[in-house]
Write a new protein. Structure first.
Length: 286
């Protein structure tokens, strides 16, 4: 992903004349919903950019242990930080350890004012002592985490990812090439009646009726209708069941809206390197 894809959105003169003061740069690495990973140099460029403009950097790395591709992941905590007081790191147990019901997260910051403000909130959002004990015992067993849990988790994610990519390809649905996370970003534009957010939500309701809960792009502020996020962190049987339901639903829906001849092309991936900051995803298939 080119640096200007991220930093190009920051036209400070434009925001200045609009009377808007930019205070922070928020980054999600690995990215949600794209499943992309920021290269180390891009992270350094982002930190330098924030330092030059005196911006805080809020780094969300909640999927940092769910990297299933053969690619290096660089945490912001491993870098030489030009402005440590303005860099704030977040992570939680819910994704990497499949503990959605354990609402426990971590914020690492050297900023005393931020810590003081969060300490005030902690009085109302404290983690119960029994949960603290269980989680402390969990992370204390580093040998089990490093040698058993994480390798097993990554292998299962890799296999599940391949199943859903192959299944979607068989339906002629390309996906954004991803390396981490629990989901894929898939292109359903050809199934829309019109290229509008209203048509996207119409398709979403059809998916719900077909017993499929797939998040629409509008939920992630995607500026181009027709993109959906599909979670694949489940058993192979359930993924295949989901693909089968999707096939039945799309065939029925397409027969009402789109000639079936338009649905034959199979394109498995969308290349993240060719993405543009204006969200024009056309001509990005491999």
């Amino acid at each position: 992903m080119p640096t200007n894809h991220i930093l190009g959105i920051f036209d400070f003169q434009f925001f200045f004349f609009q009377g808007i003061r930019i205070r922070a740069l928020i980054l999600i690495n690995p990215h949600n919903p794209l499943g992309d990973i920021y290269p180390e140099q891009l992270l350094k460029d982002c930190l330098d950019f924030a330092h030059r403009h005196k911006l805080h950097v809020i780094m969300d790395e909640i999927y940092m242990l769910s990297v299933y591709d053969d690619i290096n992941f660089t945490s912001v905590l491993s870098l030489n930080q030009p402005d440590p007081e303005r860099i704030h790191f977040m992570w939680g147990f819910s994704k990497d350890f499949a503990m959605c019901g354990i609402r426990v997260a971590i914020l690492h910051t050297r900023n005393k004012e931020v810590r003081s403000a969060l300490n005030q909130l902690a009085s109302f959002h404290g983690c119960p002592v029994p949960i603290q004990f269980v989680l402390s015992q969990l992370i204390a067993d580093r040998e089990w985490i490093d040698k058993i849990f994480l390798p097993t988790s990554r292998q299962r994610l890799r296999e599940a990812h391949q199943i859903i990519v192959d299944g979607l390809a068989a339906l002629g649905i390309p996906v954004f090439r991803s390396s981490a996370g629990l989901f894929v970003w898939a292109d359903f534009r050809k199934f829309l009646r019109t290229q509008t957010s209203e048509a996207e939500m119409e398709l979403w309701w059809k998916l719900i009726d077909g017993k499929l809960y797939i998040s629409p792009g509008i939920a992630f502020d995607c500026c181009e209708p027709g993109w959906f996020r599909l979670v694949f962190s489940d058993s192979a049987d359930r993924i295949r069941l989901g693909i089968q339901r999707l096939k039945v639903m799309l065939q029925a829906y397409a027969s009402e809206t789109i000639p079936l001849d338009n649905l034959n092309e199979v394109v498995p991936y969308v290349d993240p390197v060719r993405m543009h900051s204006d969200c024009d995803f056309s001509d990005n298939t491999l």
